[in-house]
Design a protein around this ligand. Sequence first.
Ligand SMILES: C[S@@+](CC[C@H](N)C(=O)[O-])C[C@H]1O[C@@H](n2cnc3c(N)ncnc32)[C@H](O)[C@@H]1O
Length: 227
Amino acid sequence: MKMNRDLATALASYPLLIPRLYNYLRLGILPLLDIAEAVPQFGKVLDVGCGYGLLDIYLAKTSSQRYVIGSELNSKRVRVAKQAACGIENVEFVQEDLLRGQHVGDINCAILVDLLHHISYERQQALIAAIWEALAVGGTLIVKDMDDRPAFKYYINLVHDKLMTGFDKLSFISAGKLRANLAARGFVVHSCRTLPHPFYAHYLLTCKKADSNLSSRDVVHLQEVEG
Ligand SMILES: C[S@@+](CC[C@H](N)C(=O)[O-])C[C@H]1O[C@@H](n2cnc3c(N)ncnc32)[C@H](O)[C@@H]1O
């Protein structure tokens, strides 16, 4: 597990034992510092499906030029996150569903960490469209999700998520498929890479909202330049 002093401080800000323990165990799986490295140092950051908000507290603590919004459907998680963030000026937690369109063009960076495979393919498409609307032109979208290869890692995560969610339906989207979906929506994909873990097939994708005045030929050209 990668750890630094700021992350240890963020972890310690959870007063209740269960969320603190959950976060600690989660860090054994989630490469949080690799995700955080991809986030711009300044601007308005929206983490959709933020859970207990550990990433957001870490992001807020490590740059005062960021304003971080953790958005979450589950009211209990929002309550715990608010408690942990008490006294930190540049982070807030809200109970909301991004699909209701609360943010329009004012977000500089949106983050989705292990959210997509927990929602249906239809909702994934709707969420990507809502994020497009929420982002400012040139804004960044960062997605950390689970790939379907190699098969043994896919099955480990499948069993893990089935047990954690009480056998909810899961809709995994591979890195390749997500990349194609985002490109079709007009995002310019900057990087898409595997984050090493012995048991989990993490991938991290970053892309930018292109100017909608660009022609589709310009966007395709940008995609090619960005590789
Ligand atoms: C697997 S958890 C991941 C939590 C956190 N990102 C992490 O990595 O620890 C997915 C979270 O997304 C939330 N969620 C699902 N759909 C959402 C939506 N439309 N808007 C906000 N949160 C949502 C769920 O309540 C859940 O807490």
